[in-house]
Ligand binder design. Structure first.
Ligand SMILES: NC(=O)c1ccc[n+]([C@@H]2O[C@H](COP(=O)([O-])OP(=O)(O)OC[C@H]3O[C@@H](n4cnc5c(N)ncnc54)[C@H](OP(=O)(O)O)[C@@H]3O)[C@@H](O)[C@H]2O)c1
Length: 340
């Protein structure tokens, strides 16, 4: 038995990707095999492809995916053949991720997909929503879990509200009853952030962003979900309240951040850096539970009306999908692997 898979055998531009036939993998103890319907493409996929083989001879990219369990290894509890699932960290420390017809995964990387949730949504959750969950649950005095009421009374500033992580952060924060302000760089992106549920948007390309954020939140914001800290640190320090939290998940806009120390310690601010790859497994599992719950009630969605247009690519066009994401595609890139 064989399957088709996207692979690369050396790092480099998207031309290193090709579609090959590989033997169908069998799940070992504690693992399930998933017949994938969609594979989600994230910036991390092209970044890994260009920089490291991580000790593997051949890599199938893709942390995120959604599909149906079609084989179960020994000792697996909680998953059975036919279960609809989504993945997180599917290619972390492993050669074979989700850009393939099938993937074998340890059950820790596999989460059920609520019955009403589409495969498009399932393949869009792993990296963006779990990251957003961590960013929203690391705040001083804030909740460790999300859900209705969890962020009531708190104001969250989401930098880059039209991005994939920004979109998930807006939706999860609104589900949890926060007031959400999102920064954007154009009226089109403002409309996307509003569609995601933001209460307010501020175009950061137009003048004094801090003043306009503070006009909306005169006491300041409790939390910032930050994608571009190197260029936004002054803004963040100005708008955060005393005991506010700055959650930093990316290095868009620059590798190095210069922190005016007095401004930061004067407000007792908390800086929380985050990345999924080394995040505590218990926190990942809690995030997966909350993301499941949000998806189940329709509080996490994808599509134009949720502020995140979905762009579909064939498995054979994985290179084009990687290039689109690297080029700043607005929305979510998915590989269509099988019919829904
Ligand atoms: N730490 C982790 O575990 C983790 C997880 C997921 C993603 N990431 C990283 O996070 C980044 C975003 O991922 P993504 O999937 O959300 O990408 P995306 O969909 O391309 O979104 C990137 C967003 O960043 C915004 N942005 C860039 N500069 C900005 C600035 N100065 N102020 C405000 N917003 C700004 C862009 O908005 P404008 O075009 O309006 O500027 C865009 O909406 C990537 O670098 C990715 O590798 C890290």
């Amino acid at each position: 038995m064989h399957m088709r898979a996207v692979v690369y055998r050396e790092t480099g531009p998207s031309s290193v990707l090709s579609v090959v036939e590989r033997e169908l993998p069998e799940p070992g103890p504690g693992e399930v095999r998933i017949r994938l319907v969609r594979s989600g493409v994230n910036p991390t996929d092209w970044k890994f492809r260009t920089t490291t083989m991580n000790g593997q001879d051949e890599v199938t990219p893709g942390q995120d995916g959604a599909g149906v369990v079609d084989a179960v290894g020994p000792g697996v509890e909680g998953f059975g053949i036919g279960d609809r699932v989504w993945t997180m960290l599917a290619q972390h420390g492993r050669a074979y991720g989700t850009a393939a017809e099938q993937t074998v995964q340890p059950v820790d990387n596999v989460v059920h997909l609520p019955s009403g949730a589409s495969y498009d949504l399932g393949a869009s959750l792993g990296v963006p929503a779990v990251t957003a969950h961590r960013a929203l649950t690391c705040a001083w005095g804030g909740p460790r879990r999300l859900g209705p009421g969890a962020l009531a009374g708190r104001t969250v500033l989401v930098a880059g509200g039209a991005g994939a992580v920004g979109n998930a952060a807006i939706q999860l924060a609104r589900w949890s009853d926060a007031t959400v302000i999102a920064t954007v760089s154009s009226p089109e992106k403002a409309a996307l952030a509003m569609a995601a549920g933001a209460d307010h948007t501020v175009d950061y390309t137009e003048g004094d962003t801090a003043r306009r954020v503070l006009a909306l939140a005169p006491d300041g914001v409790d939390q910032v979900v930050e994608v571009a800290p190197a260029v936004n640190i002054d803004l963040d320090l100005e708008v955060l309240k005393v005991h506010g939290t700055l959650a930093i998940y990316a290095n868009n806009g620059g590798e190095d951040m210069t922190v005016p120390l007095r401004s930061a310690f004067s407000k007792n601010l908390r800086f929380q850096f985050l990345i999924l790859y080394t995040l505590d497994r218990g926190l990942l599992a809690a995030a997966a539970e909350d993301v499941y719950a949000a998806a189940e009630v329709g509080a996490l969605r994808v599509g134009e009306d949720a502020g995140l247009a979905v762009h579909h690519f064939a498995l054979e066009d994985a290179a084009a999908a990687h290039d689109a994401v690297e080029g700043g595609l607005v929305g979510k890139a998915l590989l269509d692997i099988a019919a829904d």
